[in-house]
Design a protein around this ligand. Structure first.
Ligand SMILES: C[S@@+](CC[C@H](N)C(=O)[O-])C[C@H]1O[C@@H](n2cnc3c(N)ncnc32)[C@H](O)[C@@H]1O
Length: 222
């Protein structure tokens, strides 16, 4: 049993061999048990990062957690310049992050370690053309002062954390996005889709990752 700043998490292996964390207090995993790496690629990297045509882009992640999405963004950065802003209310302990296997057998292990070692609450250089701003904060009370092209909306599920999926939250994210900006999430619930639409997003239902029929991609019009 590992402990982050305020709650216990257990290290688990998902179906594709990549790690995930289980939070007993919430009875919830950080990722799909059908494959954490596969889910991150399917929900965030392919339909958001690689779908976005901009070469210089600002990404918002809710929340940083294990750092898997940030790490895969680095791996799939290509020629893009990335400004990555990750929110996290419960930063992982060093003990927990050190056990994660996402970078094992890759030459990017030093980047994964650096991602977790960099200080919180200030913008840092993770790698060339990749700045990382890890902010220890609560999304529900945060007032945004940046604008984003891509949003990885990776909160715990609506039945576990309903306050993260409210119209108020999606409206402030919408308002903090550039025209043409893209938000993706693994969740495909009708209530979430309608809440996003009420904020002004155009919402597509895309094929979900393994084990899920659908996911959502929301776009802010020009
Ligand atoms: C489903 S997990 C995904 C984490 C991460 N994207 C990953 O791949 O490991 C949800 C994350 O949101 C964080 N979180 C929960 N409540 C939050 C809040 N109010 N504000 C910001 N982050 C929050 C959790 O601590 C957790 O790290």
């Amino acid at each position: 049993m590992l402990k982050d700043k305020s709650r216990k998490v257990e290290l688990k292996v998902s179906a594709d061999g990549s790690h995930t964390l289980f939070v007993p207090e919430l009875d919830e995993h950080y990722h799909s048990v059908n494959g954490a790496h596969n889910e991150a690629m399917h929900v965030f990297i392919n339909p958001a990062l690689l779908h976005c045509q901009k070469q210089d882009l600002s990404i918002l992640e809710i929340g940083l957690g294990t750092g898997l999405n940030a790490f895969l963004t680095y791996i799939n950065q290509g020629q893009k310049t990335i400004h990555y802003h990750a929110l996290e209310k419960y930063p992982l302990s060093e003990e927990a992050s050190q056990q994660l296997n996402f970078a094992d057998n890759t030459d990017a292990k030093p980047i994964f370690n650096r991602l977790h070692q960099l200080p919180w609450d200030s913008k840092q250089n993770l790698a060339p053309n990749f700045t990382l701003f890890k902010e220890e904060t609560d999304l529900t009370s945060l007032v945004f002062s940046h604008k984003y092209d891509v949003v990885y909306f990776d909160a715990f599920a609506p039945d576990v954390q309903p306050e993260m999926w409210s119209q108020e939250v999606f409206q402030k994210i919408y308002d903090a996005m550039h025209p043409g900006g893209i938000l993706t999430t693994y969740c495909a619930k009708g209530i979430v889709r309608r809440t996003m639409q009420a904020c002004g997003f155009t919402v597509e239902r895309l094929e979900g990752p393994k084990g899920k029929r659908e996911m959502l991609r929301a776009t802010k019009g020009h």
